[in-house]
Design a protein around this ligand. Sequence first.
Ligand code: SF4
Ligand code: SF4
Ligand code: SF4
Length: 388
Amino acid sequence: MDGGEIWIYNSGSSKLNLKRNIIICIILMLTSITLSVYIKKDSSGSDSLIIFSQDFTLKELAEKNNVPVKEILHILSHADPAVWDVARNRPIKTIIKNPDAVKNAVEHIKGDVQPSKDIAKYISWTLYLSLILLLIFSRKHIKKIRVWIMVLTVLVFGLILGANPNPMESSVKLFKLFNSMKGSPNIVVVSFILFTFFSIMGSKFMCSWGCQLGALQECLFNIPVFKRKHEVKVPFSLSFGLRIVIFIIFFILLFGFGYGVVFGIKDFVVYHHLNYFKIFDFHELAAIAFYSLPIFILSSFFIFRPFCHYICPFGLYSWLLENVALNKIRINEKKCIQCEKCINACPTEAMKYIYNHKRKYFLPDCWSCGNCIDVCPVDAIEYRGSGT
Ligand code: SF4
Ligand code: SF4
Ligand code: SF4
């Protein structure tokens, strides 16, 4: 349990590290299959049939369809924020101007749970990330293949398999669950556990290699015409500060702390309006995300993963998990010739902190991108577990 670090090489370490990573991959695969079977079982009772009548009250409608009233209201509130004040024990036709919107909201919630697609995605992710982990370990230079893997991640986990599930929504749904805004609690918890496991495999491993939106931002950043020319390196204090402020605002507005005093808002999900994952299900993109899309795209050309650094709550969580990640960047002090090429090649301030021994824990985000490994002229950097 340590941050990126300086280590002293020992000759038996490579084999030991490979063995350890193979064991990690097997455990992860078995866990993923077990949890996927559990998702399937848990959701087998919730068919997609909608039971709807305009004479139902909101409460009746929610009970008959096994969805939370709050989630129906949350979806309706995107078009009409005043909907939170309607009486929940009166027939829908007397309280909502457009009852069809209520039916659509229930359809949307039920459509969000697609166990077969989710399971396919989790198992593909486990296989994919396991192969990548073994690939990184068996190669000295990963930068070139990384470019193509990023394209593949966008294609498979974004364009083909869609926006959901994804790490950001899994963390947001967990908080919505605590606020009684989410049905299927087991599915929410299982997906969060899986994303946590993926992130413990290696420093920010899920974010770095498997996340469709992270990969999309990196693909834009890698477009040669803009590459490196005007690159802006994100200062860790700024990215950390912004992410935490947005998270606190999300927390306050979701649970309504200081309701009527601070903002007068409750059950409001800030991240819904900043959910760029919906690029992969474009018709679901929220208005704010839609209109700010040019900023998202433009900034991705010059800043390495701006959404990840400044906004994403899972980025914040995976930054915490970096402290317990099983594989991370380490420098062999005996080989290092202090050229500092690795610091320049790093898209964040991570290498500066690792190299200068600034601290052991809570370093700036390291995205396991391998840039530093590639540029080191004496192969003094490795991606490995501690004590191997
Ligand atoms: S931090 Fe970036 S890579 Fe990680 S989940 Fe969020 S969007 Fe994806
Ligand atoms: S270059 Fe990439 S892998 Fe190396 S320290 Fe920086 S973020 Fe981590
Ligand atoms: S690139 Fe390699 S040799 Fe140069 S400072 Fe970094 S670790 Fe040391």
